[in-house]
Structure formats: structure tokens, C-alpha cells
Design a protein around this ligand. Structure first.
Ligand code: SF4
Length: 488
């Protein structure tokens, strides 16, 4: 496994802010996607930082090996090079539904039984958490000894005390299960409501930046959490949580190391922060580049775009979501074509090389007239941009998500979605470049978002059968109504 050891050493040499802790209470933190993705996760980095700050506690990272590494490549932690399964507690951070296959792959490489009841006294306790748990943790249930549901920051200290206390493996798991927000899926049928931390716990901020992250050399800090708006399709909408929790500008700025070359301001609705311009200006004035995790077209101004360009931005990314004015109104998106026109105008004025627009097809009630309106809109945006500026369109397929008003809406179906995407691609030729995850991926995301523990087991069966699309269709097809129905 020389190649794996060398890769880890090369990456460590590029990192700034790595924590080499000491302590008897050892956690392995696993990200079920490759290193570049995991290191761009603010939640993963925050848990790493917070655990390493606890007394007598050390947390070390491991990641799903890249596809070019051998099948048998193990999971070693970056900080000490030890097998990740040697730690008494192994914790996964799962961001979204499609990372479930990565969880299975990591468990295999750890040498830990995938299903929790098969684990023995000597096995590490497997904890799961991450953003996915706020949407639907059920499919993760069969594989976790316990799941922290929702925002984990405040529970990490008592959880560590419980998991590293006296007693057998089962006794320690049971003690952890008594904590708020902790679900023992083998014993309790339904998960608790997602935890929400008090504002004093904010902001989440990273500790490591590295050129090898998908967000190269970017120090991540949260400017706000949640959203005060009410887009009907979105799991971040205000009714799903406490709304938008803003972090005061000075607290955001205090966390940023002077040496960080780039700063990423994170938040579902970061462009709604009332002091955003002041925060961005302070970062740019300090000579650092800056990026925003989301940008609403109706929150852009000349001042903000000028600062973003000065801060190294080469792309303006905004979401239309609904492809027509009518659908955006139906979805309560509150973005109008005029906002998108103004975004293109600002991109042209400030010479931003690329405008990226997100949109969704397969929204309930969509008609060919909506598609035609979107093509016209893209053509108009293209006209506003200069000849050397790119227009790219990221199109997803609408997936009805739990905890939203559209939870019971119909999924358009894989075939219809693929036909829609192919037609849009044809119509946008010469106007915009289109990228998409496709209909099959959206269907799977929906099945898992609505799934239960049986869905998780079916996905594991599919993984054992090779993990390909046919195996997944077959395994989930056998489930019927048991696993959350979403027609294909
Ligand atoms: S789509 Fe954006 S603005 Fe709308 S609810 Fe979600 S996070 Fe808020």
C-alpha cells in the first residue's frame, strides 16, 4: 500500500492547520467520498476541530479512497497513518443520499461488519451524522450503532464522555442513546427530531485549507445557518428549522486566519446576511480571495459584484430553480426574470468570465411552454453577456423532499426526465452549456430521501451485487411500498 501512504504524506505536506492531537479517547472521522470532496465539507471540518479540542481526545481523518487505488486499499487515518478501525469510535459524516454506497465501501475497507447487529465487542462503535440526518436518517439506520440527528456540535462532548466511559460496548452505546438527538436505530423505530444548536455555537469554521481540496486553498466559515425564505421544494426552508441564524460580522471575521489565501463564506442563504458586503469588503481589503456558497440573483449589486471580482471570483452562480416565471411563483422562489437579466448585465459590466444558472425540470405542473420560456430566457442572458463570457446551466430533476410542502408531489419518472433533459440540451445548443446529474440519479435520491431502514438494507444488497444501476433498480424494485415508493 505504498501508493496510499505516499498519497497521504503528499496531502499532509500541502495542508495548513492539520491537528495532530494526543489523547486516549480516539475517534476516526470518515468521509464517505474522496479527500477533495471531504475537505470541502465545513461540517466534517468543524466536528474534527471540536473533537480535537476536547480533553484527552483525538480525532483523525480518513476518506473513501479514489477509484485509482486498489480494491483492497484500507482506510488509514491521515494524522497517524493507523488503520481507522483501530479507534474505539468510528464516525461517518454523510452529506447527501447518494453517499450511501461510499459508506458501504468504507465499512468494507475498515473490516467492520456492515450491519450493526453483526458487530462484536471488539469492534469500533460506528456513529453516523452529517447534513443528511436532518432530512432523513432512516436508510443509514441498519449500518450505524447510533446516529446523531441534526446539528451535532453541542452533543459532541457528552457523546465522547458516554462512548469512552466504563462498561461494555452495548452499555456505552445505551448511555449515548440517552442523549438528546441521538438515535439507536436497532432499538428505537423512529429517529428523534433533528438537533438545533443555540446561536452561541455558531459559526462553524474549518481548521484546514489545502490546494488539494475541491475548494482549493479556501478557509471555510459559516456566515449564517438556515434560511428565512420558503421555497416549496427546499429542505433548508424556514419551516424546516429555526429560520435564518446570522452570525455577527465581527464573529465571522475573527475566525479567519491572516495566512488563509482564500475565504469561503458558507450558508444556505449567505447573500441574505445584512452585513454581507461589509464582510466581503473586509476580507478583500485584507488581501484574501473570497467565495460565497450561494448567491441570490435579487441580492446582487454593483458594489457586491465588484468586490467579488476583486476577491478572485471568475463565476457568478445564481439559481432560477423554476424554469418559468409561473413555476418560480408556484415554488415561492421569488426570483423573477428581471433579476436574472440584471445578473447577466452585472457579469458583463464587471467582465466575469462565466455566469452559471441553476434550474430544475420535472416540477409538478410543468408544460412545454415553461421549457420554451426557459430557452428564451437563456438566449436573452446569452445576448447580454460578451462573446467571451460563458453561460452554463446546471439542470437538476425535481425530487419531492421530506419536510417540504411538496413532500407528496409526484416524481416525473426517469424516462420523462431523461427526455426532457435531452430536449433542453438540444434547444440550448449554441446558447449555453448544460450539465446535469440525470433522471436516474434524481430517482435514487428521491427513493432514499423517502426511504426507511429497509431501503438502506436493499441498497446494501445492491452494493454487494456490484452496485451498478441494474442492481440498484432490482434491489429497490423488490421493496415495493416498504421502502418509500417513488415511481421510476
Ligand atoms: S432555495 Fe435558497 S432561498 Fe429558497 S428556501 Fe432554499 S436556501 Fe432558502
Amino acid at each position: 500500500m505504498r501508493i496510499l501512504a505516499e498519497r497521504i504524506q503528499e496531502r499532509l505536506a500541502l495542508e495548513h492547520g492539520t491537528l495532530f492531537g494526543q489523547g486516549r479517547r480516539r475517534w476516526s472521522l470518515i468521509y464517505p467520498s474522496p479527500y477533495a470532496v471531504g475537505m470541502s465539507s465545513l461540517g466534517f471540518q468543524t466536528v474534527y476541530r471540536l473533537l480535537n479540542a476536547l480533553p484527552d481526545t483525538v480525532a483523525e481523518r480518513a476518506f473513501l479512497p479514489e477509484a485509482d487505488l486498489p480494491e483492497r486499499a484500507p482506510l488509514w487515518t491521515y494524522e497517524s497513518g493507523r488503520p481507522a478501525a483501530d479507534a474505539p469510535v468510528v464516525a461517518f459524516s454523510v452529506a447527501y443520499e447518494l453517499e450511501l454506497m461510499g459508506v458501504f465501501e468504507c465499512l468494507r475497507r475498515l473490516g467492520v461488519a456492515a450491519l450493526s447487529p453483526a458487530r462484536q465487542e471488539r469492534d469500533p462503535i460506528v456513529v453516523m451524522g452529517g447534513p443528511l440526518t436532518s432530512v432523513n436518517p432512516r436508510p443509514l439506520g441498519p449500518f450505524a450503532d447510533l446516529i446523531v440527528v441534526g446539528e451535532a456540535e453541542a452533543v459532541l462532548a457528552p457523546l465522547t464522555d458516554a462512548l469512552f466511559g466504563e462498561g461494555s460496548r452495548a452499555q456505552r452505546i445505551a448511555r449515548a442513546g440517552a442523549l438528546p438527538g441521538v438515535w439507536l436505530p436497532a432499538q428505537v423505530a423512529e429517529p428523534p427530531a433533528p438537533l438545533e444548536v443555540v446561536d452561541a455555537c455558531l459559526p462553524a469554521f474549518a481548521t484546514i485549507w489545502t490546494p488539494a481540496s475541491a475548494l482549493a486553498n479556501m478557509f471555510l466559515v459559516e456566515a449564517e445557518r438556515g434560511c428565512a425564505r420558503g421555497c416549496a421544494f427546499c429542505v433548508m426552508r424556514r419551516q424546516a428549522g429555526r429560520g435564518m441564524r446570522c452570525v455577527p460580522a465581527e464573529r465571522v471575521l475573527q475566525t479567519i486566519p491572516n495566512a488563509a489565501p482564500r475565504v469561503g463564506l458558507v450558508g444556505a442563504a449567505v447573500s441574505d446576511h445584512p452585513d454581507l458586503v461589509a464582510i466581503v469588503r473586509a476580507i478583500v481589503d485584507a488581501g484574501q480571495e473570497v467565495g460565497l456558497s450561494s448567491l441570490r440573483a435579487d441580492r446582487l449589486s454593483s458594489e457586491l459584484v465588484a468586490l467579488l471580482v476583486k476577491g478572485g471570483n471568475r463565476t457568478l452562480t445564481v439559481a432560477a430553480d423554476g424554469i418559468s416565471e409561473r413555476l418560480r411563483t408556484d415554488l415561492s422562489k421569488r426570483i423573477e426574470a428581471r433579476h436574472l437579466h440584471e445578473t447577466a448585465r452585472l457579469a458583463a459590466e464587471f467582465g466575469v468570465p462565466q455566469l452559471k444558472l441553476y434550474a430544475m425540470v420535472g416540477v409538478p405542473g410543468e408544460t412545454p411552454a415553461d421549457v420554451a420560456e426557459f430557452v428564451t430566457l437563456c438566449r436573452e442572458l446569452r445576448t447580454r453577456l460578451g462573446p467571451l463570457q460563458r453561460l452554463t446551466v446546471g439542470v437538476s430533476v425535481f425530487v419531492p423532499k421530506p419536510r417540504t410542502p411538496l413532500v407528496d408531489a409526484a416524481f416525473v419518472g426517469i424516462k420523462a426526465a431523461e427526455a426532457q433533459l435531452a430536449s433542453l440540451k438540444r434547444q440550448l445548443r449554441g446558447i449555453a452549456e448544460l450539465s446535469t446529474g440525470g433522471g436516474r440519479q434524481a430517482w435514487l435520491e428521491g427513493r432514499l430521501a423517502h426511504g426507511n431502514q429497509a431501503t438502506g438494507v436493499a441498497m446494501y444488497d445492491a452494493y454487494v451485487a456490484g452496485g451498478g444501476p441494474a442492481a440498484i433498480r432490482k434491489a429497490l424494485g423488490l421493496l415495493g411500498a416498504e421502502g418509500g415508493v417513488l415511481s421510476s
